[in-house]
Design a protein around this ligand. Structure first.
Ligand SMILES: [Zn+2]
Ligand SMILES: [Zn+2]
Length: 246
């Protein structure tokens, strides 16, 4: 059975390199899920021939628009466009349900009175607690990023495979625990050498690389300062449409 992740969107918040915002599709053990769903994700999925209604679960790391603002678009498409009938669960940190509902009404005024004709629910998960959702065990870890976004990293385990995804964060030792024994660590790496609070740069990643016990590493969410160096670093760097077999 398939076990892979696909970088449907590998970009940062600002469209650097012409890339779509963060959206990672997991296809593991017959389960289909997204890790983050940036504002451009529905477009990216359509462009890559991925049926949004085949996704059972959407995991959100934090409440920045380049990671979560695609949800209202998926929801509106599911209700009005593609007429979804299968259940959808949106999982995220504290405040996810309220924020998604506010966002939906902000982007599509009048839509909050519309009820989906399929089972639709939010699940808010606490850091450090392993939650079972649609056949996937998900554990959130605190990330070091804009506090108002309730930032987390995610470790998801399914059918014997483990994917760890940092969301947005500067280096924190929580990455070591979240990625321990993972098949792949997907790590944001906005910058190469620019020190920016709340985001990773490659030099600090490199300094800590030996502490990470994951079978493979893929860097993503790259700003121009990092994109310029993609050809000269040894780690794999994501691009839109890239598939990683687990
Ligand atoms: Zn962010
Ligand atoms: Zn981001």
């Amino acid at each position: 059975m398939n076990s892979q992740i696909r970088f449907v969107g590998s970009g940062d918040a600002f469209g650097s390199g012409g890339r779509f915002q963060t959206c990672i599709l997991g296809d593991i053990g017959g389960r289909r899920f997204l890790l983050d769903c940036g504002a451009s994700s529905l477009i990216a999925m359509q462009a890559q021939g991925i049926d949004p209604n085949s996704v059972e679960t959407i995991f959100l790391t934090h409440m920045h628009g380049d990671h979560c603002a695609g949800v209202p678009f998926l929801l509106m498409d599911a209700m009005l466009g593609s007429k979804r009938r299968t259940p959808l669960v949106v999982v995220g940190p504290d405040g996810t349900a309220a924020r998604m509902e506010q966002l939906r009404e902000a982007l599509f005024p009048g839509s909050s009175g519309m009820a989906p004709k399929f089972p639709y629910e939010y699940r808010e998960i606490k850091t450090g607690v392993r939650a079972e959702i649609n056949g996937i065990a998900a554990t959130a870890f605190a990330a070091s990023h804009t506090p108002q976004t309730n930032p987390t990293m995610l470790r998801v385990e399914c059918a014997g495979k483990t994917v760890t995804y940092t969301g947005d964060t500067e280096w924190t030792d929580a990455i070591i625990e979240a990625a321990d024994g993972a098949d792949v660590l997907v790590c944001e790496c906005c910058f190469y050498d620019k020190p920016v609070r709340s985001h990773m740069n490659y030099l600090s990643f490199k300094t800590n690389r030996s502490k990470i016990n994951a079978r493979s590493v893929v860097l993503t969410h790259m700003a121009p300062n990092m994109l310029e160096h993609v050809d000269e670093i040894e780690e794999r760097c994501a691009f839109d449409g890239m598939v990683v077999e687990l």
